[in-house]
Write a protein that binds this ligand. Structure first.
Ligand code: 4FM
Length: 259
């Protein structure tokens, strides 16, 4: 897959090209990331990329001219790619949308800055607007990187077995179960010594461990993201484990209250 990103801050993308899974995937030639700087397409001595808004008001607006040239350069390198603008006014980025984008040969991502972009540029050259959430950031670079990271994780050969399993747990509409590692007892005062690692995880009984984890996932999702549970139907096993888990939690809380 090929990403061409339009950004005034190309170095920011080192965060994903130089670190972790997204860096490894470049080494494995699973995807290519190229950043195009609209400042390189300016003609004036000051390399101007923005100007004051018509009608007045605070802040600056990105000029259509350098942006259109940058996008056209990206289109020459990434034929047939859709141009996506990262913006709070866009459609929410969801797991489903990420899966859909991961089927594309290439994407062109416009990461804008300042208070906005000349609307005529958006009308002429942007195919789709995407938002990563209902809050305002200082630019589209972090949203573009969030999108690239989420999409690259879905490309064949990127995730090892371990990471794939974590992914599966959210894909199935439930939160991941809780994890524990060594040592078996934590002794610093900030840790509750009575909260030991669940026995079943030390048992080596893999059928029981699987059941415990599924029950944990169901209980955690009910407690932290009831909306996810409401949007999903349960298998017979899941319904049984959830009911068992709720009863166990009720018993435990009664014990604590000393009844
Ligand atoms: C976007 C700043 C456009 C300036 C932004 C301009 C955002 C989000 C976001 C900041 N993008 N989801 N939330 N961008 O806040 O996608 Cl002109």
């Amino acid at each position: 897959m090929r990403f061409d990103v339009i950004s005034l801050f190309p170095e920011m993308f080192d965060a994903i090209t130089k670190h972790g899974i997204t860096s490894r995937a470049i080494d494995k030639k699973i995807y290519v990331l190229n950043v195009i700087n609209p400042r390189d397409f300016t003609q004036d001595n000051h390399k101007t990329v923005d100007d004051r808004p018509y009608g007045g008001g605070p802040g600056m607006v990105m000029l259509a001219e350098p942006l259109s040239q940058a996008i056209n350069a990206a289109k020459a390198l990434n034929v047939d790619a859709k141009v996506m603008h990262l913006s709070p006014r866009g459609k929410p980025l969801t797991h489903e949308k990420v899966m859909q984008l991961s089927q594309q040969q290439g994407l062109i991502l416009l990461a804008s800055r300042y208070e906005g972009v000349d609307e005529r540029l958006l009308d002429a050259l942007v195919d789709e607007e995407i938002s990563i959430g209902d809050y305002v950031l200082s630019g589209g670079e972090l949203p573009a990187m969030a999108l690239i990271d989420a999409v690259v994780r879905q490309l064949p050969g990127v995730l090892g077995d371990a990471d794939s399993a974590i992914e599966d747990s959210f894909v199935n509409g439930l939160l991941d179960y809780s994890h524990f590692t060594r040592p078996e007892v934590l002794t610093r005062p900030e840790f509750d010594e009575n909260k030991s690692v669940p026995e079943v995880l030390l048992s080596g009984n893999h059928a029981k461990i699987r059941e415990w984890r599924l029950k944990q996932s169901l209980l955690l999702t009910r407690a932290k993201r009831p909306d996810l549970l409401a949007a999903r139907s349960l298998t017979k096993e899941e319904a049984r484990l959830l009911q068992e888990g709720i009863k166990e939690q009720e018993q435990a809380s009664l014990q604590l209250k000393g009844t």
